[in-house]
Design a protein around this ligand. Structure first.
Ligand code: GTP
Ligand code: MG
Length: 167
C-alpha cells in the first residue's frame, strides 16, 4: 500500500492553541506548560481514512507578529491549512479572517482550508458563537470544527475531514 505525504500548516493568532492541537493529534497528549512557538516547528503523523493512509507533514507556525513575513514559506506549497482561532477571543477571530484572505490571495490555488474554533471546553468564556464560526467557514468554503486540544474534541476529526477533501 502506498502512503501519501500531505503537507499541512497551522496558522492563527498567538496563543490560540496551534501547538496544543498538534500535540494532541500527534501524541494524544496535552502539555499545559507549552511555550510560545519560535518561527515554526515540524512534526509528522500517519492517519488511515477510508482505507487510505496519509502521512501528514505538519508545520506548526508561530502566532507572534514578528514571524509573520516568514509564514508564506510554510503555506506556499501546502496541500491544506488549518487556521485556528480561540472561541473566547474576538480578536483572534479577526486575525483568522486576515489569514483566510491572505491564503485566498497568495496561497496555492486548490489548498484545502479548515477552520478550528479552539478551546471549546471554555464555554463560560465564549465570545464567538458556534453559528458565527460556521457561517463564516461556509462563506469561504472551509471545513469547520470547534475543537479542544485540552479534552481532545474534534482534533483527529479535523484531519479526517481534510483527508476526505484532498483532490
Ligand atoms: P503560539 O505558538 O504563541 O502562536 O501559540 P499557540 O497557538 O501554539 O498556542 P499554544 O498551543 O501554545 O497554547 C496557548 C495557551 O492556550 C496555553 O496556555 C495552552 O495550554 C492553552 N490551550 C491550548 N489549547 C487549549 C484548549 O483546547 N483548551 C484550553 N482551555 N486551553 C488551551
Ligand atoms: Mg505554538
Amino acid at each position: 500500500m502506498s502512503v501519501r505525504e500531505v503537507k499541512v500548516c497551522l496558522l492563527g493568532d498567538i496563543g490560540v492553541g496551534k501547538s496544543s492541537l498538534v500535540g494532541r493529534f500527534v501524541h494524544n497528549s496535552f502539555n499545559p506548560n507549552l511555550t510560545t512557538t519560535l518561527g515554526a516547528s515540524f512534526m509528522s503523523k500517519s492517519l488511515t481514512v477510508d482505507g487510505n493512509t496519509i502521512k501528514y507533514q505538519i508545520w506548526d507556525t508561530a502566532g507572534q507578529e514578528r514571524y509573520r513575513s516568514l509564514l508564506p514559506m510554510y503555506y506556499r506549497n501546502a496541500a491544506a491549512a488549518i487556521v485556528v482561532y480561540d472561541i473566547t477571543s474576538e480578536a483572534t477571530f479577526d486575525v483568522l479572517q486576515e489569514w483566510i484572505t491572505e491564503l485566498h490571495r497568495l496561497g496555492p490555488q486548490n489548498i484545502v482550508l479548515a477552520i478550528a474554533g479552539n478551546k471549546c471546553d471554555l464555554e463560560e468564556k465564549r465570545e464567538i458563537s458556534r453559528q458565527r464560526g460556521a457561517e463564516y467557514a461556509q462563506e469561504v468554503d472551509a471545513i469547520f470544527m470547534e475543537t479542544s486540544a485540552l479534552n481532545a474534541t474534534n482534533v483527529e476529526e479535523i484531519f479526517v475531514q481534510i483527508s476526505r477533501r484532498l483532490p
